[in-house]
Design a protein around this ligand. Structure first.
Ligand code: LLP
Length: 419
């Protein structure tokens, strides 16, 4: 459920008609609905209220300061994967005690920064990383709280690029080796082992793989407790899918019910790292039609947003609905590719899509653009990244101004030794 609906034939974000935003902020622009963000966070959080838990929203899905700040206000913690994400969380007012840090390649500087902030825990992904964290904690005179990220070898049945819990993936520690590593961690004095973690993949449309992973972790926790480890946290990662097209992913309360059936009496604080399910359907990318073009084989709608602004269709073959801002019916015989200005054949937002007969100047909205869209945007083809706007009721504000050409070269210098 989201708050992007037609009001008197014009697509609106909550009560703001999108043409008003196009006029004020230009295009392409990402538009977030505050009410949708809050609704999604609460829908995820509420079914868990009966058990000790922490919802650590995954920053990589959407790292906008305004969105992070809004989530802080809802009581969220965060799942980070870099020093930059830690910096963003702190700038947004996050409580470091609610931050968990995953990722296979944490650098010494990033580990140090996270220790200095006293984050809740590191999700450790290799033996060498374990030793590095112990060493850096020692030099800082601190004790690092850690969980191991377990690879439970479960097929999440999603796109191969976003599967992370298979045997061949680079993530986590094989479950068969994990007990050995827990034992080794006892010999490292600057660590406190507090939990077990996994994340098996993203855009999951069934709970079965998550339940399978959880079942394996519950077994592992029983073994570890028998060995006298105090396991206080169970982090199940993110992964719950959303409807982009015709998918029917489980709703958060169904997800919670199924998980609790397996792990109700575990005596752990549950951590979740949802990204897409909170922010995915809470934003659209507003774009303007520049030209239309017909060839012998295809119709093209050329818009001012490209793969640099939203790479999901090009990179994963992802489907995003495209709605006309002024409601016009889709003609069955008009099928087009909606493409951007980038010089790559893979630069498309939709392929072979039944579309309304739009004309230059018309506005279109790429739906479900809150997750992994702006956070994956780039400056390819020297294109300034889009603006971001947040809507609340009848009000809206620019929460990130459009980049300028000056921004594009801000970090660069021409060497003095000449050309
Ligand atoms: N936790 C960890 C350790 C993760 O690696 C991820 C996502 C999440 C949580 C959040 O997963 P979510 O709830 O959003 O599914 N760029 C891709 C998605 C990559 C996901 C990477 N990891 C896309 O556009 O589909």
């Amino acid at each position: 459920m989201h708050h992007f609906e037609y009001q008197k034939g014009i697509l609106s974000a909550e009560n703001v008609p999108l043409p008003q935003i196009a006029q004020a902020a230009g295009t392409p622009t990402y538009i977030y609905s505050r009410a949708t963000l809050i609704r999604h966070f609460r829908a995820f959080d509420a079914p868990l209220l009966g058990i000790p838990h922490l919802v650590c929203c995954s920053v990589k899905a959407c790292d906008s300061l305004a969105v992070l700040n809004l989530l802080v206000g809802q009581g969220a913690g965060f799942d980070i994967v870099s020093g930059g994400e830690l910096f963003r969380c702190l700038a947004a007012g996050a409580d470091p005690k609610k931050i968990v840090y995953s990722g296979v390649g944490k650098t010494p500087a990033e580990i140090q920064a996270a220790l200095e902030q006293d984050i809740l825990m590191f999700n450790v992904e290799s033996e060498q990383e374990l030793k590095k964290i112990n060493e850096i904690a020692g030099t800082l005179g601190k004790k690092a709280r850690i969980s191991f990220r377990i690879n439970p070898e479960v097929d999440p049945r999603t796109h191969p690029y976003i599967s992370t819990g298979l045997r061949e993936n680079k993530f986590g520690i094989e479950i068969s080796r994990s007990r050995d590593l827990y034992q080794k961690s006892r010999r490292l004095p600057n660590l406190e082992v507090v939990g077990v973690d996994c994340h098996i993949g993203s855009q999951l449309t069934s709970t079965a793989p998550l339940v399978e992973a959880l079942t394996k972790l519950v077994e592992l926790i029983a073994h570890l407790r028998a060995l006298d480890f105090t396991i206080r946290y169970l982090d199940l990662g993110g992964g719950l899918g959303i409807t982009y097209h015709r998918e029917t992913p489980p709703l958060p309360d169904e997800y919670a019910r199924e998980l609790l059936a397996v792990a109700q009496d575990l005596d752990c604080t549950f951590i979740f790292e949802p990204g897409r399910v909170i922010v995915g359907n809470a934003a659209v990318l507003l774009t303007r039609v520049l030209y239309t073009k017909e060839t012998d084989t295809k119709n093209f709608i050329i818009v001012d947003a490209g793969m640099n602004d939203c790479i999901r269709p090009s990179f994963y073959g992802a489907y995003h609905q495209i709605w006309p801002v002024a409601q016009i019916p889709v003609e069955r015989d008009y099928v087009a590719d909606v493409v951007g200005p980038i010089c790559e054949s893979a630069d498309y937002l939709a392929k072979d899509r039944p579309m309304p007969r739009v004309k230059p100047g018309d506005l279109l909205a790429l739906m479900s653009a809150g997750a992994y869209c702006m956070s994956m945007a780039s400056n390819y083809n020297a294109r300034p990244r889009p603006a971001e706007v947040m809507v609340s009721g009848s009000r809206f504000e620019v929460i990130r101004r459009r980049e300028t050409f000056e921004d594009l070269i801000r970090a660069e210098t021409i060497p003095r030794f000449g050309s």
